[in-house]
Design a binder for this molecule. Structure first.
Ligand SMILES: NC(=O)c1ccc[n+]([C@@H]2O[C@H](COP(=O)([O-])OP(=O)(O)OC[C@H]3O[C@@H](n4cnc5c(N)ncnc54)[C@H](OP(=O)(O)O)[C@@H]3O)[C@@H](O)[C@H]2O)c1
Length: 333
């Protein structure tokens, strides 16, 4: 979470679900939000509270900040590598959001840790008779040659689905919102660099999505039981190349940037440069940048039949993120 910059007074200012087509479920049991200290989890919790749900958060380290921000929540301290702690966190839970991700461990560490965490969680959820798991993962076609990060996001979904508990999977590309690692990389690059040498992978396609729309889909699928056991691609209004995404950002800042086609496309080199220019750590940038060679767009549009709202454009998502309205993180990962 936003480690942990929001104050109690502004905590409800930036809620996203006011015009959600679904309605809060009055008789819903307790909802668990894992990854509540992370970017997406930290945005989801206040929405669930506002809609009247009983919420327990699962975090690895306790902090008085959680009770200050969200006095209504129960706090469970658990690491997904510890089965007993997981079982305690899942005790009495109806539905669990699975937002655990170990990208901070870098290329060599996160894959094993994330699959193990998902397997542990599935077993504990089964034992505790959880009704549903809702997982937010990444877009990408598993049959194609995906980056290890994108492949891992899909493998985590497969791992969670191996058990008896119904899983709803939402798959998203880059999330645009203040504090999201991908957004912070784009933002800092555009602000810092006047000339960009554009490698070929800057022309692959991406369907970025605003954090407000991600939260609407996460809450919406909870409230529509027919989404149980299904997988959905979610995306924003626009399909863009990464180059265009940088150009739109620069135009919003009224910044002149020169883009020069460049044959040298070594990801390690680009990641190193980006880690100097942005507050995001090198291992995270490496993992994310390796995915730039893969198109990440919604191929399945079935979510529209359950949650038929119009997602915001990339430009509008940027404007919102830049307005600092989304409870900034002090420290980006
Ligand atoms: N952000 C994006 O642009 C984006 C885009 C598409 C999809 N997604 C998906 O959205 C989900 C959430 O992403 P995010 O951006 O919110 O990630 P994040 O900010 O890195 O948060 C990850 C969370 O996982 C927790 N965690 C890691 N290892 C754990 C463990 N062993 N036990 C318990 N908790 C553990 C972290 O807790 P600590 O604070 O203790 O480390 C943190 O709360 C991921 O599945 C990701 O693939 C994100």
């Amino acid at each position: 979470m936003n480690k942990h910059s929001s104050t109690n007074t502004d905590k409800n200012k930036y809620l996203f679900c006011d015009n959600l087509p679904s309605k809060p479920l009055m008789n819903m049991g307790k909802v668990l939000v894992t990854g509540a200290s992370g970017y997406v989890g930290g945005k989801l919790v206040p929405e669930l509270i506002e809609r009247g749900y009983k919420v327990r958060i699962m975090v690895r380290e306790t902090s008085p900040v959680y009770k200050t921000l969200w006095p209504e929540v129960e706090v469970a301290v658990a690491d997904a590598s510890n089965q007993e702690q997981l079982k305690a966190a899942l005790d009495g839970i109806d539905t669990a959001y699975y937002l655990i991700h170990s990208l901070r461990l870098g290329l060599r560490g996160f894959e094993v840790a994330d699959i193990r965490a998902a397997a542990n969680f599935r077993k504990a959820a089964e034992e505790k008779h959880i009704k549903r798991i809702i997982y937010l993962g990444g877009l990408g076609d598993i049959r194609s040659s995906l980056s290890s990060h994108l492949r891992n996001r899909i493998e985590v979904a497969q791992e969670l689905k191996k058990g008896r508990v119904a899983v709803t999977v939402l798959r998203a590309a880059v999330i645009i919102g203040s504090g999201s690692a991908s957004y912070e990389i784009i933002q800092h690059l555009v602000k810092a660099v006047p000339i960009i040498a554009v490698p070929s992978w800057a022309r692959t396609k991406c369907q970025p999505i605003a954090i407000s729309d991600v939260i609407k889909y996460l809450v919406g699928v909870l409230e529509i039981s027919e989404t149980s056991g299904k997988s959905f691609d979610i995306g924003g209004r626009d399909i863009l190349t990464y180059e265009t995404m940088l150009k739109i950002f620069a135009s919003l800042l009224n910044k002149k940037m020169i883009f020069i086609p460049f044959p040298f496309s070594n990801i390690r080199f680009y990641a190193y440069c980006a880690s100097i220019l942005t507050p995001v750590s090198n291992p995270i940038i490496r993992c994310l940048m390796e995915g730039l060679k893969n198109d990440v767009i919604c191929l399945d549009k079935s979510i529209k039949s359950f949650l038929p709202f119009e997602p915001v454009s990339y430009r509008d998502a940027l404007v919102k993120a830049m307005s600092c309205g989304e409870q900034n993180r002090e420290k980006v990962i």
